[in-house]
Design a protein around this ligand. Sequence first.
Ligand SMILES: [Zn+2]
Length: 70
Amino acid sequence: MDAHDTMATGGAPTAIDPVCGMTVEKPQAEAKGLHTVHEDADYWFCGKGCLLEFRDDPGHFLDPAYVPAM
Ligand SMILES: [Zn+2]
């Protein structure tokens, strides 16, 4: 952990949950196991429900026509 980085950006690195569109803090998601790798790209999720949905059918959520929704 480099405290300098977090101070400079004012927060943890974030990612967008591709399933629901929520902003997720990467370290928090990783601590809870809510992270997956699909075709060499990393994805982070707000909760287990989104992670399981994504794993079930990644192509559906990565389709440009898909609009993230809660
Ligand atoms: Zn989500």
